[in-house]
Design a protein around this ligand. Structure first.
Ligand code: NDP
Ligand code: MG
Length: 383
């Protein structure tokens, strides 16, 4: 029996994790959950799974909710979060909080040498320079949940001989605006952007998928997780989301991982840690498949150029890229800026900083703060 701490339990990934755990109760015990504000959902999860510990972030204020009657000993400080994650009984930490807010949990898990299943790609993008060496030092195993990275993880040879890899191909659905040129996107609404063709996900990552910034974050994530130069990572648009990523080896073989789009597939692979766990899934009907591939539209190239620069120069650039995107996405969700302004806000904020080396996790938090202030100023100047 493995003790699992699931952070981001009330979210979309959280739900898929719970579905996998529910189907494999004899292997996993929910030792702890963490969430932000959805007390109704947390109440339901607590009732069904009876976790030993519950963490809720301090920003939660609705103290009159019935949740508090049943869970008065809920954890909420940063020290308590660290204590929960680093408890010696914990075997697996799932980092599935959305955005930069998930970094602390990822950091605490890696610091304690835990097995960490990482959905929170923003942690790796913002703090890859700190987290990857720390994981090595602390012997913390990082297993990706993001479907593309889990696909790559499944395709890698067991001995992980990176010299045998010619190229990693990350697939992209292309999002809801795949067939629209950038110049036609000025007037798209929040609803249009939230209407993802193949995946149902949380709000932030759904907007990231519409802008393709999600693929930029994934490019940087892959670069750090697999220690592969960006020049060996190609993005391929594959609208059906059946092939989740591929590796071409130096002998000309390409290995792909396939499934119908469901996050339960990569999650069960990650939770299985080398063993295949049984889950309910919809089989691919190969006789009905019609797979297609195309390059990323040329008019979105500028954001991939930024992401590739992050991979090549590293340091503070990842945290700046990530923070400016988070501020811009928030502004778009709150209807303060147009869809295409997201690109403008990221590019202008990014251009305000020069690359500097990062030595500590605290510096990441400082750059994040600075980049957010800068992005807010840029956004004000846009209108
Ligand atoms: P959701 O918005 O659906 O869920 C986010 C979760 O994080 C919720 O449980 C939320 O709690 C919690 N949360 C937010 N802020 C805080 C905070 N400050 N402290 C504690 N908990 C917090 O997001 P997703 O599940 O879609 O995404 C989660 C992560 O997984 C992201 O990094 C995303 O990029 C990544 N990912 C998601 C995929 C997907 O299919 N959804 C696919 C691949 C990666 P509450 O709702 O209670 O406030
Ligand atoms: Mg993905």
């Amino acid at each position: 029996m493995k003790n699992v701490v699931l952070l981001g339990a009330t979210g979309s990934i959280g739900k898929s994790c719970l579905n996998v755990i529910r189907q494999n109760k004899e292997h996993f015990h929910l030792f702890g959950i963490g969430f932000g504000s959805n007390l109704d959902r947390a109440q339901e999860i607590a009732k069904e799974f009876n976790p030993d510990h519950i963490f809720v972030d301090q920003y939660q204020t609705d103290k009159s909710h019935i949740f508090w009657q049943d869970h008065s000993n809920t954890l909420s400080s940063e020290d308590e979060l660290r204590g929960l994650i680093q408890d010696s009984s914990v075997d697996i930490v799932i980092s599935a909080i959305s955005g930069f807010a998930g970094l602390k949990a990822s950091y605490f898990a890696i610091e304690a040498g835990k097995v960490i299943l990482i959905a929170n790609k923003e942690s790796i993008v913002a703090a890859g320079d700190i987290l990857m060496p720390l994981a090595k030092k602390k012997n913390s195993e990082i297993i990706p949940i993001d479907s593309e990275h889990n696909a790559i993880y499944q395709c890698l040879p067991l001995e992980k001989n990176l010299k045998e890899i010619s190229k990693i191909l990350i697939t992209a659905s292309g999002g809801p605006f795949r067939e629209k040129p950038l110049r036609d996107l000025r007037r798209v609404s929040l609803n249009d952007a939230m209407n993802h063709p193949t995946w149902s996900m949380g709000a932030k990552i759904t907007i990231d998928s519409a802008t393709l910034i999600n693929k930029c974050l994934e490019l940087i994530e892959a670069h750090y997780l697999f220690n592969i130069p960006e020049s060996q990572i190609e993005i391929v648009v594959h609208p059906q989301s059946i092939i989740h990523s591929m590796i071409t080896f130096i002998d000309g073989s390409t290995i792909a991982q396939m499934s119908n789009p469901s996050m339960e597939v990569p999650i069960s692979n990650a939770l299985g840690m080398g063993k295949r766990l049984p889950i309910n899934f919809t089989e691919i009907d190969f006789t009905e498949l019609n797979l297609s591939f195309e390059p990323v539209a040329h008019d979105r190239k500028m954001i991939f150029d930024m992401a590739r620069e992050v991979c090549n120069k590293k340091g503070n650039l990842g945290v700046i890229f990530n923070a400016s995107n988070e501020i811009a996405v928030d502004a778009f969700i709150n209807k303060n800026i147009d869809f295409v302004d997201i690109y403008e806000a990221i590019q202008r904020t990014f251009d305000c900083f020069t690359c500097s080396k990062i030595n500590t996790i605290d510096e990441i938090f400082e750059y994040d703060k600075e980049a957010r202030i800068q992005a807010e100023m840029v956004i004000k100047s846009l209108h």
